[in-house]
Design a protein around this ligand. Structure first.
Ligand SMILES: [Zn+2]
Length: 285
């Protein structure tokens, strides 16, 4: 009896060790493999890993249009996300309409199963990232505007282009940042520096979420925090305390941050969490 108990305990320990090993193992992935998949997987929606090394189980598609938003370049199949992101865009569209700001124009979200993309973004992999143009419109996009949009920079040198920047765009970014589930918004340093000057000091708290980054002069990039029910989503470190105005943003203004080539091929092999193997293998819907 004692011997069989010992044997059983030994087997249990081994089984647990195996499960842990499988959980911590990671898997190399070719971007083209992920880009070739046309359907989201079945199963409960889950963001897995990080935005730059992750994937997406049970993704939802964002519809081409809705109240207060339109989506670009549907043929790219990058209009998929975690339902938390879809809900966020629905909410943002309504808020923009309620304030009579027009409609927002949505660029890339994620692929049907997330994962690395064959060209363009290094992130957008776990269904929690979206690009939104610095452009508001009252008109429906034409087919050619939707498929081959003009990406118009709102930055001129180290500040915003006054002929393109507007109070409405400032309000759009403020509303976008106001949702508690938004963790960061990437904008060109010139845009952050401009807002540091124009937003009254007493209202600077939302500027903390605005993170200066290369490019991001014709669109801003919203990133949500890991949603509930995604135990394998890896949380990002929160932005540093404070509004990030002053030295932090000014140090960026010395660097060349514009004219960053977009849509370059991604050839590197990305190391993904082992759970992404299941996401690839699960049947589509
Ligand atoms: Zn982006």
């Amino acid at each position: 009896m004692r011997q069989s108990l010992l044997l059983l305990t030994g087997l249990l320990v081994l089984a647990c060790a195996d499960a842990d090993a499988a959980k911590s193992a990671s898997v190399a992935a070719k971007p083209t493999q992920w880009a070739a998949i046309n359907q989201p997987s079945r199963g409960q929606s889950q963001s897995i890993g990080t935005p730059a090394a992750g994937c997406l189980m049970g993704a939802e598609a964002l519809e081409p249009d809705g109240p207060g938003w339109q989506v670009l370049r549907l043929e790219r199949k990058r209009n998929y996300a975690h339902p938390a992101m879809i809900d966020y865009i629905h909410w943002l569209g309504h808020r923009i309409q309620d304030e009579s700001l027009g409609a927002i124009i949505i660029g890339d979200l994620s692929q049907p199963r997330g994962g690395p993309m064959s060209f363009g973004h290094g992130s957008h992999q776990n269904g929690l990232d979206v690009d939104i143009l610095f452009r508001l419109t009252d008109l429906p996009l034409t087919e050619s505007e939707r498929e081959r949009p003009d990406m118009i920079s709102v930055v001129r040198g180290q500040t915003v282009d006054r002929s393109l920047w507007s109070d409405k765009l400032e309000r759009l970014v403020e509303i976008a940042a106001s949702a508690p589930q938004v963790e960061r918004i990437f904008v060109n340093p010139a845009i952050k520096a401009h807002l540091c000057k124009t937003v009254p000091q007493s209202q600077h708290s939302w500027l903390r979420k605005l993170r200066p980054w290369w490019g991001h002069d014709e669109h801003f990039h919203v990133r949500l925090a890991c949603p509930p029910g995604s135990p394998d989503c890896v949380a990002q470190t929160p932005p540093p305390e404070g509004d990030g105005c002053g030295y932090e943003v000014e140090s960026w203004l010395e660097k060349p941050t514009l004219n960053i080539p977009s849509d370059r091929p991604n050839t590197r092999n990305v190391i993904l969490p082992a759970q992404c193997q299941t996401v690839i293998k699960t049947a589509g819907r």
